[in-house]
Design a protein around this ligand. Structure first.
Ligand code: NAP
Length: 494
């Protein structure tokens, strides 16, 4: 099968925070790759915006460096950088002040009034409101305009509502794209294809056939430069409230009637509403918090969290494991075990759907035990889908059972490179397709479930368990799942 690329019409995209880490490492390389594949017309404009005073030439030079870092030594791609830079320019302004806005507004209005205009807010959320208000003051919010907002959307339900109210006071909900890049990953879209384009899985996708689901997001890095932000957030807010609950929703939702944005998001919202509460009454049984201590990670000695942070006394969790349950007919009694942490042994994100054991074995003793089937959806580092099934070990020696993976990702078979999630999502914004973006009510429902967990931890007065850097978190997280007679999926078996 060949690529099927749908070019978009020429657009203008202003990236607030255009000099920042996200813009340089993810957004501009993603736009570049779509440009190289001729999906982005050369008449489009990409405008970097930040406070740093510099001209177009200096900005283009730093974008060129960022692109070189992102694409490595691929000569064909390197050749296309100058053509891409023709689309790129820069405007210096402070989003919280007046200076520079007139010129910026003039630039944005200089051209086709019908053209799609995207404002990507890749700055700290603290200035989202200022930016939106200025966009309105300069009449930049009308027409074919979309605004993209990055996480974190709030720190709790009240602060998320305040951001949503303020952005919503300027833009209609259909113009607001709340990005969660996990939803743009190929594997997550493949989950939709597996579930809803095959007759095979959906009849088994329920409590009668699925024993439990595991969702893991593991990082090897510590907090690095993000200490001050992270210490206010912690793993539950940083990872579970957004990425992991979104993945849980994609696994657990009922079949939407179509892939229209509201059909999918209505179904995800129902899952969030169906999550059984975790609060002071059960948090100690259903959740585990950890904080890394010094150890060996990434091939060397790694300091503990407090050393990384540069101060003592923090009780912020860098690891969380929890057992969630979706209270509805489809999932009654099926636990969803979630775990995420920093300074773990591997960098990986995956969903493991564990099917139930066979009801009865006809195989003789010594044939080996039939392992329950598993569907492993790997989001990173190597995106892919594997279905583990039992088979006969080939050759003579009697009927011996062995567990083998069926590779269901097919990317290699089609010879298609896996695009970065931002490539897909940025073009969805330009096309006006918000299916893979979070609606306001989803974000708020997720906070409504998370807030009581945070409150329970706060009121317990307990400190997080320590765990050694380079291990899979505190032993209490192993106990959380082993109490139920289950174990965390061993990644080495993939
Ligand atoms: P960053 O590296 O700190 O960049 C922040 C950007 O905002 C810089 O370009 C900065 O440039 C600009 N800025 C700051 N104050 C400004 C102001 N008053 N007016 C105009 N521009 C201003 O942050 P980042 O890592 O790119 O993250 C950006 C957003 O994405 C954050 O909300 C973050 O949580 C989210 N996010 C980031 C990542 C990631 O991988 N980096 C992943 C997911 C989500 P000047 O200093 O020159 O103004």
């Amino acid at each position: 099968m060949t690529h099927h690329l749908q070019p978009v019409t020429a657009f203008d995209m202003a990236i607030f925070g255009g000099t920042g880490d996200l813009a340089m490492r993810k957004l501009l390389p993603a736009l570049f790759r779509r440009f190289v594949d001729d999906q982005i017309p050369p008449a489009s404009r990409i405008i970097g915006v930040a406070r740093t005073e510099q001209g177009d030439a200096d900005y283009r030079a730093s974008v060129a460096e960022a692109l070189q870092r992102a694409i490595g030594g691929d000569a064909e791609l390197l050749e296309r950088i100058p053509a891409f830079l023709q689309l790129v320019c820069y405007r210096a302004l402070d989003a919280t002040g007046e200076a520079g806005w007139q010129e910026f507004a003039a630039l944005m209005c200089n051209g086709d009034a019908e053209r799609v205009r995207v404002f990507y807010l890749s700055t700290s959320p603290g200035i989202f409101v200022d930016i939106c208000q200025r966009l309105r003051e300069h009449d930049l919010h009308r027409g074919n305009t979309r605004v993209v907002i990055e996480k974190p959307i709030g720190n709790d339900l009240d602060s998320a509502r305040a951001i949503n109210d303020a952005v919503g006071a300027v833009f209609d909900e259909q113009q607001i794209y709340r990005i969660d890049h996990y939803l743009g990953k190929e594997t997550v879209q493949n989950l939709l294809a597996l579930r809803f384009a095959n007759a095979l899985f959906e009849p088994l996708w329920n409590a009668a056939h699925i024993d439990h689901v595991q969702i893991s997001v593991a990082e090897t890095v510590g907090v690095e430069q993000r200490g001050p932000y992270y210490d206010h957030a912690g793993a539950l807010r940083d990872m579970v409230q957004n990425h992991m609950l979104q993945l849980l929703c994609m696994v657990a939702m009922e079949p939407p009637t179509s892939l229209s944005p509201d059909s999918v998001r209505d179904e995800k919202l129902k899952v969030l509403h169906a999550l059984k509460p975790i609060d002071a009454g059960n948090a100690s049984r259903l959740t585990v918090r950890g904080q890394y201590r010094a150890g060996a990670a990434n091939g060397g000695a790694a300091p503990g969290y407090l050393t990384d942070l540069g101060r003592d006394g923090s009780r912020t969790e860098t690891f969380v494991a929890l057992k969630a349950e979706v209270g509805n007919w489809r999932w009654a009694g099926v636990p969803f075990y979630l775990r995420t942490g920093k300074r773990l042994p591997l960098r990986m994100s995956e969903i493991v759907v564990n099917f139930r054991s066979i009801p009865y074995s006809i195989f003789a003793e010594g044939s080996g035990t039939a392992q329950p089937n598993k569907l492993v959806l790997r989001l990173q580092p190597d995106e892919g889908v594997k279905l583990w099934v039992m088979a006969k070990y080939p050759g003579p020696g009697g009927l011996r059972l062995t567990c083998v993976p069926l590779d269901m990702s097919f990317a290699d078979a089609f010879g298609v490179a896996q695009p970065d999630a931002y490539e897909r999502l940025l073009l969805d914004v330009v096309r006006g397709n918000p299916t893979l973006f979070m609606r306001r009510d989803e974000v708020e429902a997720a906070w409504r479930w998370i807030d009581p967990v945070l409150a329970a931890w706060q009121s317990s007065g307990d400190a997080p368990h320590g765990y050694t850097a380079g291990t899979w978190g505190p032993s209490a997280s192993v106990a959380l799942i082993e109490r139920d007679g289950r174990t965390w999926h061993d990644d080495d078996s993939d």
